[in-house]
Design a protein around this ligand. Structure first.
Ligand code: G4F
Length: 346
């Protein structure tokens, strides 16, 4: 068992919650940074908060207020926690919305990591730093993409992640810090945010079945993505920080599917034809699209000994079952309900 301390930004997100579970199981003390909100969004880690009493001096799971936009708050938390490892997972993570909130996306996703890296550098402690880099950085570069593929970002989000990638690398080269990038391709789960396309679809199907909505409105169905399972990807994230030397790694399944294929797979699990329930709307089209992502993770396989366990069909089923369960439905009950549905009607 480890007695290390990890600090996680974005701990209340999908990856933050799975990574916390993994590190706690390994014996880490886990501290997470959250931003102040009038309605805290800690649903994904509430089970961990309940299991750890923060009044206990040996408490192994605790959240602190800090903000990637506020360097003094970062300094306070880093000085107090003295982490062995920092996992910077926080970001404005929605590519489509970054076209509307470009400036704040750049500030949070690019200058934010700089503030954190600079704080760690000034402290001079041998902290290991992980940067959540993204396959969105490859943008228009044709697939397959690996660590040597040129970055051609297509969105403010993509540009912000390229900047953070190079800032991380620069701290490694210029100051000798252990600063590493995981270039993660799309990764999903039942904990995925509700406005990403996979979760929007599985949650939408559950709402169609219960009669809350009649149709699902989507954008580009031709985009291809390499979709993996977040629970598998946090294992790779951890392994990246356990290497003898800092380095950058592509993490992907090596399988690419269109949004249309995700629709086909999930609707067909209930015996439904997706075309009867889905409409394409211009408002969900992006000013520029990343047409096709397909990761070549052979370096991660070789160096990290990492392999994804969950494949496309299992991921679709897992996510659909999660959203059905939230409505009190099993897959079997949902199939029976589905057979009573008329296309486009309740
Ligand atoms: O689910 P998405 O919003 O994910 P996207 O844009 O690929 O970004 C995700 O993966 C990145 C890794 O490559 C992360 F860095 C990033 O933070 C995020 O996790 O969209 C996937 C595809 C896109 O081509 C989008 O145009 O689905 C298409 N799409 C079609 N209709 C839609 C919709 N996307 C969303 N969010 N909503 C739609 O209605």
């Amino acid at each position: 068992m480890s007695c290390k301390t990890a600090l996680i930004t974005g701990i209340a997100g999908q990856d933050g919650s799975y990574l916390s579970e993994l590190l706690l199981a390994k014996g880490y003390t886990v501290r997470g940074i959250v931003r102040r909100a009038s309605y805290p969004h800690t649903e994904r880690v509430d089970h961990l908060l309940r299991a750890h009493d923060e009044r206990d001096p040996d408490c192994r799971f605790k959240l602190d207020y800090a903000d990637l936009g506020d360097v003094s708050s970062l300094r306070n938390v880093v000085e107090q926690v003295r982490p062995d490892e920092v996992y910077n997972l926080a970001s404005q993570s929605h590519v489509g919305i970054s076209f509307i909130t470009g400036e704040s996306t750049l500030d949070f996703n690019a200058i934010g990591p700089f503030r954190l890296l600079d704080t760690l550098r000034r402290m001079g402690a041998p902290t290991r730093y992980y940067q959540a880099s993204s396959s969105e950085m490859f943008g228009a570069s044709p697939p397959p993409q690996n660590e040597t593929t040129p970055f051609l970002p297509q969105s403010p989000y993509g540009v912000s992640k390229v900047a953070a990638f190079y800032l991380t690398r620069m701290h490694r080269v210029a100051y000798g810090m252990f600063a590493a990038n995981g270039i993660l391709f799309n990764h999903e789960s039942p904990r995925r945010g509700i406005n990403f396309v996979t979760r929007k679809i599985t949650r939408g199907i559950a709402s169609i079945l219960t009669g809350e909505i009649r149709k699902l409105y989507l954008g580009n169905l031709d985009a291809k993505r390499d979709w993996g399972f977040s629970g598998d990807y946090v294992e790779a994230i951890w392994r990246i920080l356990q290497q003898p030397e800092p380095d950058d790694f592509v993490i992907a399944t090596g399988d690419t599917r269109t949004v249309r294929e995700f629709l086909e797979e999930t609707f067909s699990l209930l015996g439904l034809v997706w075309e009867d329930f889905v409409e394409v709307e211009d408002r969900y089209m992006r000013p520029a699209e990343v047409p096709a992502l397909l990761g070549d993770a052979s370096k991660a396989r070789r160096v990290l000994a990492w392999e994804p366990k969950v494949r496309f069909k299992e991921l679709c089923r897992m996510m659909l079952e999660g959203d059905l369960a939230a409505k009190g439905l099993t897959l079997e009950a949902a199939r029976a309900l589905g057979s009573t549905l008329r296309p486009g009607k309740k």
